[in-house]
Each structure stands twice: as structure tokens, then as C-alpha cells.
Ligand binder design. Structure first.
Ligand SMILES: [Zn+2]
Ligand SMILES: [Zn+2]
Length: 167
């Protein structure tokens, strides 16, 4: 005799991350039956892209007991120099230009990524940041000036010859 499961129980398994096929296998019911029960109850099932996303998350989930390695034991540890210290100096709350609270980044007002004075840091959203840099680029081009560009990549080991008093 087949074990009996309520639709709610089946759906709980489904929501816990099993596929319809997985639910069917686990409960000994057929795929079509599980699918039917969900459909009859008007329960929402994942579409293809949602299912793929879930599979991706599941695959990336750490196995039980896995330890996160950080600090000197991590394979890309750079002696504590890789951190971008300015990130801790300013709180990313909203874009200074458009007020967006999403996709925020930190812009260096004088384009010097080694100048981490709080007044040199400006919060912009990625889109305002891009358009600002584009505008600076085209303004310089129009005026026949050299394009002012940032001295990144930032926060890594200072290259030789950079003035040390800027850090
Ligand atoms: Zn913005
Ligand atoms: Zn910038």
C-alpha cells in the first residue's frame, strides 16, 4: 500500500528544495500525481529559470561541517594588504546623485584611489557612477585635455613611486 501524504506535506518537501520528481521519488508517488495535486490545489511551481537558480544555489551550498578559511591561511591572502580600507570609512546608504539605495559604489572625488579622506569619498549608484565618468571623459576630450582617469586597481599593494602621504 502506498504511503499517504497530504498535498501540504508534499508541497513542503517541494519548497524545501526538492523537484517534483524528487518529491515523487521520496514519497513513492508518481510524478504526474504530485504534479496534479499541486495544480489542483493551485500551488505555484517553479518555472525553468527558477528551478535552475535553485539548482545552482544548492550546488554551491557548503557541505555540512565545511569550514570557511579566511586570513593568512586563505590561498589568496596578501599579507593583509588586499583590503580596501576606504570601504570601512563610509557607509553606503544612498546615491549622492539620484538617491537610489541599490547597486551602490564608492567614487573617489579627486580620482585618487589612495586618497581615503572621507571628504574624498562619494557614494554613487553604479549607473550614476558610470555616467559621471563618461561625462568627465567626454568633457576632457571636448576641451582637448588629457583624460583624467582613476589610478586603480585600488587598495592593493602600492606600486613604487606613489606618494606615501596620500594613504
Ligand atoms: Zn545614482
Ligand atoms: Zn569614480
Amino acid at each position: 500500500m502506498k504511503p499517504k501524504f497530504t498535498t501540504a506535506e508534499l508541497y513542503q518537501l517541494y519548497q524545501d528544495g526538492l523537484s517534483i520528481n524528487g518529491v515523487a521519488k521520496k514519497t513513492g508517488l508518481s510524478f504526474a500525481l504530485v504534479q496534479n495535486r499541486f495544480a489542483k490545489a493551485g500551488l505555484k511551481t517553479r518555472n525553468h529559470s527558477e528551478a535552475q537558480k535553485l539548482a545552482y544555489i544548492k550546488q554551491r551550498r557548503k557541505p555540512a561541517g565545511a569550514v570557511t578559511i579566511s586570513g593568512p591561511d586563505h590561498w589568496c591572502w596578501k599579507g593583509g594588504k588586499a583590503k580596501r580600507p576606504y570601504r570601512n570609512k563610509i557607509k553606503k546608504e544612498e546615491c549622492n546623485t539620484c538617491g537610489s539605495r541599490q547597486n551602490l559604489c564608492i567614487h573617489h572625488v579627486d580620482f585618487d584611489h589612495y586618497n581615503d579622506n572621507p571628504e574624498n569619498l562619494k557614494i554613487l549608484c553604479v549607473s550614476c557612477h558610470l555616467s559621471y565618468h563618461k561625462q568627465v571623459y567626454w568633457d576632457a576630450k571636448k576641451n582637448g585635455e588629457a583624460h583624467k582617469s582613476s589610478n586603480g586597481p585600488v587598495g592593493w599593494t602600492r606600486s613604487e613611486g606613489q606618494p606615501a602621504d596620500r594613504f
